[in-house]
Design a protein around this ligand. Structure first.
Ligand code: PLP
Length: 387
């Protein structure tokens, strides 16, 4: 079955729910068992059966199954945010005295968690150059217990060679975790590229409508119990209403992402031609340094990318951003609406340097008509020039 057909099928079972086309919202805390024996045998170890509201209802399971199937993983678990999915996944593998390798381009709050909480608990944190590839071998120590990748970096968009990193790590029995929010289960089939544990901020394209906070961890069979038990131990659970919304959003991820990628490419190419833009950083562009890896490993691109302007004052950047009428100024991405953010990166680099010769601006391209977005950017560049 092709993936767009799969999207219409997964995560629902009308025969089980009186013909209802979507899996309904099941709200509960308590689950009543028919007798003591079945209560005492509840759940077993797989967390795939209803036992107590915290561990999921059929609504939760429908979303988790759909996402795991699309990505080609064994199973998935939903958490209250993308960040909680990252922190829970890391805690599943790391103890005092362990060593973690993670990309220098990682999502900044992940960095804050590692440099703060994990370090305080005695975990050694080491950042690697996102372009390291198989060279990661020289950083591996006897106590390395996890590698965390993110491809591309969510502000600077360096493309990582995940298969090369995974080949080295897995040969030593080290699990490979990846923040796959940009790739999504639709465009990056992590498990075929050597990832063991794939993490999503479902808040972005999976839910897709800027109205849900959620994370999902998808694992292969080997690491499912480790991850699922950690999530249960921490007591993370999500509301069935949010799961319903996320699955409703996920069902249209294909059409949304195809449209958004097309618009993002049109805008990125338009930006490339401007004299006030120094560089556009988007792996889907043919001349991007990460393009070959992207083309080899990904089936499409998210509509999130950055560009670097020629050197201009902070006041000019502010005037540019404030002049935009169709781009919201705010965090997040992956929804229906276009967004802009000025990326302050320098202070978050330790293994590499980020000095592209001008301010870095990140755009999320939504479902608006790209011609309108281009016209909006054009008038904002005119304002920037005068500032
Ligand atoms: C790459 C990446 N990972 C994880 C997250 C965290 O997701 P959430 O906001 O749902 O905690 C974000 C949020 O911006 C992100 O950009």
């Amino acid at each position: 079955m092709k993936k767009d057909t799969l999207l219409a099928q997964i995560g629902r079972d009308p025969g089980r729910y009186q013909g209802m086309v979507n899996t309904p919202v099941f709200r509960t805390s308590t689950v009543i068992f028919p007798d003591l024996a079945s209560y005492e045998a509840r759940g077993g170890g797989d967390y795939k059966k209803v036992r107590y509201g915290l561990y999921g209802t059929p609504t939760t399971f429908a979303l988790e199954e759909a996402v795991a199937k699309m990505e080609g993983g064994y199973a998935a678990v939903a958490l209250p945010s993308g960040l909680s999915a990252i922190t829970a996944a890391l805690c599943a593998f790391l103890r005092t005295g362990d060593h973690l390798l993670l990309t220098d381009s990682v999502y900044v709050p992940t960095r804050t968690f590692c440099d703060g909480r994990l370090k305080a608990n005695g975990v050694e944190i080491e950042y690697y150059d996102p372009l390291i590839g198989a060279g990661i071998e020289r950083l591996i120590r006897p106590n390395t217990k996890a590698v965390l990748c993110e491809a591309p970096g969510s502000l600077t968009f360096e493309m990582q060679d995940i298969p090369a990193i995974a080949t080295v790590a897995r040969a030593r029995g080290i699990p490979v975790l990846a923040d796959n929010t940009w790739g999504t289960p639709y465009y990056f089939r992590s498990f075929e590229r050597g990832v063991d544990v794939s993490i999503h901020a479902a808040t972005k394209y999976i839910a897709g409508h800027s109205d849900v906070m959620m994370g999902l961890i998808v694992t292969n069979e080997q690491y499912w119990q480790t991850v699922r038990k950690t999530v249960a131990d921490y007591g993370f659970g999500v509301s069935p209403d949010d799961c319903y919304l996320a699955l409703r959003g996920f069902r249209t991820i294909g059409v949304r992402m195809k449209q958004q990628m097309q618009s993002a490419l049109a805008i990125a190419r338009w930006l490339q031609k401007r004299s006030d833009v120094r560089r556009v950083i988007y792996p889907a562009l043919e001349d991007d340094p990460g393009h070959q890896i992207w083309k080899r490993d990904f089936e499409g691109a998210a509509s999130l990318f950055s560009f670097v302007t020629i050197p201009v004052s902070e006041r000019a950047v502010e005037a540019f951003v404030n002049a935009l009428k169709l781009f919201g100024i705010g965090s997040s991405w992956g929804g229906f609406e276009s967004l802009i953010q000025v990326a302050h990166i320098k202070k978050y680099r330790t293994a590499t340097q980020w000095d592209p010769g001008g301010p870095t601006i990140r755009l999320h391209i939504g479902l608006e008509d790209p011609d309108d977005l281009i016209a909006d950017l054009e008038q904002a560049f005119a304002v920037m020039k005068k500032a």
